[in-house]
Design a protein around this ligand. Structure first.
Ligand code: HEM
Length: 252
């Protein structure tokens, strides 16, 4: 690998800062002072989504190769990223309803529900519920990025494949007294599920705080009512169920 730095490269050229910093273009006229924050929280979330999809690709390769420790390492990073994205929503807690109402009309029909990357993350992680597929189809043909994620096995299926290869069962992993890499990986997958649910919860709370619980979204849904329904969605139903199977009433 050539590790030699090009002398012409500097901080602004490497990061393409002039292009990057020209991408925040408020739509309101006169420009509303809070629109910049609104744009930046969304744009930065999309950048983190890009990294998350990239890391999910690596996670999938490690799982296909049945490399628990490499998968664990990647998953830890993914969980760190998920937590940053969730935390970044709190910047918008400082946007009161009357101020958002002053520029909301300029957003037209644009809505986070049109985020292909968010949908691809959900699909790659393992959402296959009917409600989710129905929401995907409501926006016209499924985008290629999302379709590619849907065509892959879910993370739960990949994890189960790893166990099968190793000749162990999920119940066995949770019944064992010793801490195994398979157990740590399962718990880290649950951490991911929880991190995602935290984002959903913080987002729906933000929505209720800014536009109220009964206002419809710019994307045409029932707003918070629709979003609240998504909080219960699960990527890893088997990992939640195994607790009761092994340690439920009358088991342990
Ligand atoms: C003022 C702040 C925000 C409000 C009022 C808001 C409102 C909404 C509403 C009402 C929906 C439901 C779909 C619709 O009908 O539009 C939605 C969906 C969504 N929003 Fe936001 N949002 C805000 C901030 C954000 C931020 C910062 C992100 C970061 C990317 C984001 C990402 C999403 C995503 C990914 C969905 C789809 C969720 C799903 O279908 O499960 N939103 N938003």
């Amino acid at each position: 690998m050539d590790t030699h730095a090009d002398d012409a490269i500097s901080y602004p050229t490497y990061l393409k800062l002039s292009e990057l910093l020209a991408l925040q273009v408020p739509q309101s006229t006169p420009v509303h002072p809070d629109e910049l924050l609104f744009i930046v929280v969304h744009q930065s979330s999309e950048l983190w989504f890009k990294v998350m999809l990239h890391e999910i690709d690596h996670l999938v390769s490690h799982m296909v190769a049945a490399d628990s420790l490499a998968a664990l390492n990647t998953l830890k990073r993914l969980n760190g990223l998920m937590s940053i994205v969730a935390q970044s929503l709190t910047a918008l807690d400082t946007l009161p309803p009357q101020r958002f109402a002053e520029f909301r009309g300029y957003l037209g029909k644009s809505s986070g529900s049109q985020s292909d990357q968010f949908r691809a993350i959900e699909a790659a992680s393992g959402l296959r519920e009917e409600h989710f597929i129905q929401v995907l189809k409501e926006h016209g043909p499924i985008p290629p990025l999302v379709q590619a994620a849907l065509d892959r096995p879910t993370l739960q299926a990949l994890y189960e494949g790893m166990l099968e290869k190793a000749g162990v069962t999920l119940e066995g992993v949770y019944a064992a007294k010793e801490t195994t890499p398979h157990f740590l990986l399962a718990e880290e997958l649950l951490e991911y599920e929880q991190g995602f649910a935290k984002w959903r919860f913080l987002h729906v709370q933000l929505v209720e705080r800014i536009i109220g619980p009964l206002t419809g979204g710019t994307g045409g849904t029932l707003g918070a009512k629709y979003l609240n329904r998504t909080v219960a969605q699960r990527f890893f139903p088997a990992l939640w169920a195994v607790r009761a199977k092994v340690y439920g009433p009358g088991k342990a």
